[in-house]
Design a protein around this ligand. Structure first.
Ligand SMILES: NC(=O)c1ccc[n+]([C@@H]2O[C@H](COP(=O)([O-])OP(=O)(O)OC[C@H]3O[C@@H](n4cnc5c(N)ncnc54)[C@H](OP(=O)(O)O)[C@@H]3O)[C@@H](O)[C@H]2O)c1
Length: 332
């Protein structure tokens, strides 16, 4: 496994992490009696293959993902992992963010290493209030570092102007061969400011691993999954590169992201995927194959428009409404 530093002086993490949205989410149909066993097996595999970076959130399974992950991490040894979680974007004031991070730590059973703001706060709350709350969480020792998530360029610039005492180390955004919109203006800016890029949906919910038919609500509700699972041209190039490299399609998609300097956090329900994901860090794609992958996915730079700004729409949904809806449906 290879390791990298998050942002300027953040924690050392494996170049491939793991996403734990699938751990207990109804949208993934994975809230069953085998959940704890599967997460435990996944962490054992992560540990033996060098993956130390784990991502969850307070809204995943209404907190269940954090609880199950926290138990499994403590069972294997807390010091072996860098655990990231997220407080919901409706937490728009410093007090609410602090209470959110306290809840995260209670469910995990230890202090979170990286706390991220899951999406930008709703209007009319000043963005600086959220940044102050995140800084305060770090200064009070409730979290090791803080990061942002789903921040488009303009809001990221504003957030960095707000930060006075502690700088964020990362921005977690949707980025993959199937979704390259951040390349237009966000990624160059993040690079300039020394922020790590944590890539969510690195496999387009399985479409880049070769899954052709949606079998979960999470996949059915995702237009990127729908388009890319039916993209014969991209699937063919992925297959050809995979065969040439002696790898799987998922490993090719992850290796492409690592080559671009992103840290993918692929999700899973089947713990056997963890070894496959870890081995993607050893896969070196040839220049020619990178070019082929770039060319066949070039349409996804602009196809989704400013879709990565989609979370900006959430800014116009009042925080109370966001909170009530998420609580009523038991989280994501
Ligand atoms: N910040 C945010 O707003 C945000 C948003 C979304 C996600 N995330 C984070 O990013 C993580 C990953 O993103 P994602 O959940 O969108 O999913 P993803 O990583 O793009 O795709 C994961 C899915 O791909 C499937 N898969 C992989 N290899 C496969 C194969 N060979 N055959 C069949 N299926 C295969 C897995 O199936 P199985 O389930 O069958 O193992 C898994 O559920 C999440 O867990 C979460 O931590 C963050």
């Amino acid at each position: 496994m290879r390791y990298t530093t998050l942002g300027k002086g953040g924690p050392r993490v494996s170049v491939v992490g793991l996403g734990f949205w699938q751990a207990g989410s109804r949208l993934w149909g994975s809230r069953d009696g085998s959940l704890r066993r599967r997460v435990g097996e996944a962490l054992e595999s992560a540990s033996s293959h060098g993956i130390n970076f784990l991502d969850t959130a307070e809204v995943y399974g209404g907190g269940l993902s954090e609880e199950v992950l926290g138990d499994a991490v403590r069972a294997l040894g807390r010091e072996g992992f860098v655990v990231a979680s997220k407080v919901a974007g409706y937490r728009a004031t410093g007090g609410s963010i602090i209470r959110g991070v306290e809840g995260v730590n209670r469910r995990l059973g230890f202090k979170v290493d990286l706390i991220q703001l899951h999406w930008p706060p709703p209007h009319p709350w000043p963005l600086c209030w959220s940044i102050r709350g995140l800084e305060e969480a770090v200064l009070r020792g409730l979290a090791g570092y803080y990061g942002l998530s789903n921040f488009p360029r303009d809001l990221l610039e504003e957030a960095l102007q707000c930060s006075r005492r502690v700088e964020p180390v990362s921005n977690q955004i949707q980025y993959s061969l199937a979704f390259r919109a951040p390349e237009v203006d966000l990624i160059p800016y993040m690079r300039e400011r020394g922020l790590a890029l944590i890539a969510w949906s690195p496999l387009a919910k399985g479409a880049l691993a070769g899954v052709r038919k949606a079998s979960t609500a999470a996949q059915r509700g995702d237009s990127v999954f729908r388009v890319v699972s039916a993209d014969e041209e991209l699937q063919k190039v992925l297959e050809d590169v995979a065969v040439r490299s002696g790898a799987s399609k998922a490993q090719v998609a992850l290796a492409w992201l690592i080559f671009k300097g992103a840290i993918p956090i692929p999700g899973f329900r089947d713990p056997r995927r963890v070894e496959e994901y870890a081995r993607a860090a050893d896969l070196v794609l040839s220049e020619g194959d990178i070019r082929l992958l770039d060319e066949v996915s070039a349409k996804y730079v602009h196809m989704w428009g400013g879709w990565h700004r989609g979370f900006k729409v959430m800014r116009f949904v009042p925080g109370l409404v966001q909170r009530l809806v998420l609580t009523a449906i038991g989280g994501l």
